[in-house]
Write a new protein. Structure first.
Ligand code: KIV
Ligand code: ZN
Length: 509
């Protein structure tokens, strides 16, 4: 089985994503995480680009001991010297230099001739080689280059000392069969190719970066350049997690493997997303929030019988978990399982009530969150355990306006007796809270109040979460959902007070 080297360029091409700038500290933390992930090469940056890039590449080179550390340079002397200064202290340094080989890049961008481009490429590799034994050369825009000229450049850079030839599909133009064919023709037509590593670097402009890279592997590439979450210029680079999991899941198809520690894939994705501020698309393969989430009742039922009915990969393998999302399509089997995992052991009647409420809520809002399910299950179980409900709301009336102090009038049943309460506050919710606290059977205090609108518009469902402390300082969390903000607040407060009084519920958070 051939070994495919994973060259991660999150810190270089990935950081070129619009809006993905990383601080020095973040780059260091990502580099450490990439080492833990087990990548073979980290392209730590483009040292000539800025003082900051230089420092980051240098520090990463001096700290990270496992992977090769590469610094990028154009085919220009000062770039190569700067790249070497940045990586020279690495345990295993690499200089990665590049020059365009397509006519459009050579003529329009570089204002050179093919002959000059060839000379620059060879000179760059020779200079890099005089510093570093490990030299990678990339013929930029290879997939749009004249193959004959491309072969000639590759022949000559191998003779000049390049040890890895990286074939980029710089603008993401290639189709998988074409790109595979290109790699296979390079294998046939370039002298000395058997002594160097063939690498590929695909961009995702047409959504084919992963497919093109995999087709290249099938045709002889043994290094793939990729990024976490597929970050990179424009539509990004090939996504590392997708490349790795294709090779892993279809090992015998590709007859290839990587050295990646799979369970670090998800944590790495999360770290990169948090640091760059670029969130991962929900339905992104492998690491997206929905990648192992099942909502359909048929699928959930199948999964409960045998995971392999609807999962081709084990989510735990990549550091994730199977999630049953309860919604309008969910069946009772899955609802029961999810509730049990949340600590609710409901009887048949309660289960039916919870399932109905979840479906009703799913009709009104896009996603039924875990908090919603807890609130519903608590609601249903509280209804049936009347002894735990010492405070019950009978009536609520609010006076508010721009000329009067907001005042709440509450009629409550406390331990079976009718109690009237009145409170004022800075707003109606504050007034309700003050009224409730004034008549609660023991001292309770509101520690936290959070309100979010579940749906849009002025008729949105309001979701209120409160934390209530009892006299002993124990904190209890409660949640309520209602079309009316004040009713949602009053219900959540009363629920929290009941928990505080009966000393049950979630403590401490
Ligand atoms: O996309 C590209 O061609 C590159 C090269 C520098 C390898 O990023
Ligand atoms: Zn690139």
């Amino acid at each position: 089985m051939k070994k495919i080297k994973i060259f991660d360029t999150t810190l270089r091409d990935g950081e070129q994503s619009p809006g993905a700038t990383l601080t020095h500290r973040e780059k260091m933390l990502i580099a450490k995480q990439l080492e833990k992930l087990g990548v073979d090469v980290i392209e730590a940056g483009f040292p000539i680009a800025s003082e900051d890039d230089f420092k980051a590449v240098k520090e990463i080179s001096e700290t990270i001991k496992g992977p090769i550390i590469a610094g990028l340079s154009r085919a220009i002397d000062k770039d190569i010297i700067r790249a070497w200064e940045a990586v020279q202290n690495a345990k295993r340094p690499r200089i990665h230099t590049f020059m365009a080989t397509s006519d459009i890049h050579i003529k329009e961008q570089f204002k050179k001739t093919r002959k000059e481009a060839l000379e620059m490429s060879v000179a760059a590799v020779k200079l890099a080689k005089s510093y570093c034994s490990d030299v990678e050369f990339s013929p930029m825009d290879a997939s749009r280059s004249d193959p004959k000229f491309l072969f000639q450049v590759l022949d000559e850079v191998i003779a000049a000392g390049a040890t890895t030839l990286n074939i980029p599909d710089t603008v993401g133009y290639s189709q998988p069969s074409e790109f595979g064919q290109l790699i296979s023709s390079i294998k046939k037509n370039v002298q000395g190719i058997e002594d160097v590593t063939i690498s590929v670097h695909c961009h995702n402009d047409l959504g084919l970066a992963v497919s093109n890279s995999l087709e290249a592997v099938r045709n002889g590439a043994t290094q793939v350049e990729c990024t976490i979450n597929g970050l990179g210029e424009r539509a990004g680079n090939a996504s590392l997690e997708e490349i790795v999991m294709n090779l892993e899941t279809r090992k015998s198809f590709f007859d290839a493997e990587t050295s990646i520690t799979l369970k670090e894939l998800f944590p790495t994705s999360q770290m990169v997303s948090n640091f760059t501020g670029i969130s991962v698309q929900r339905n992104k393969a492998i690491v997206g929030e929905n990648a192992f989430a099942h909502e359909s009742g048929i699928h959930q039922h199948g999964l409960l019988a045998n995971r392999e009915t609807y999962e081709i990969m084990c989510p735990e393998m990549v550091g994730k978990k199977t999630a049953f999302v309860l919604g309008k399509h969910s069946g009772r089997h899955a609802t029961k399982q999810v509730l049990e995992e949340m600590g609710f052991n409901l009887n048949e009647k309660q289960l039916q009530q919870v399932s109905k409420k979840i479906k009703d809520l799913a009709d009104k809002q896009k996603t039924v969150l875990d908090e919603d399910i807890v609130a519903i299950a608590e609601d249903v179980t509280n209804q049936l355990k009347k002894e735990e409900t010492r405070v019950v709301l009978k009536e609520l009336r609010i006076e508010t306006g721009n000329k009067i102090t907001p005042t709440a009038h509450l009629s409550l049943l406390i331990d079976g007796k009718v109690v009237e309460a009145k409170g004022t506050g800075v707003g109606p919710v504050d007034a309700v809270s003050n009224a409730l606290q004034s008549v609660a059977p023991t001292k309770v205090s509101l520690k936290e109040y959070n309100l979010k609108a579940i749906t849009g518009g002025t008729d949105a469902l309001a979701d209120v979460v409160v934390k209530i402390a009892n006299g002993g300082g124990k904190v209890h969390k409660a949640e309520a959902i209602n079309e009316d903000v004040i009713m949602a607040s009053a219900n959540a407060l009363i629920k929290g007070i009941n928990k505080a009084l009966t000393k049950e519920g979630e403590v401490g958070k």
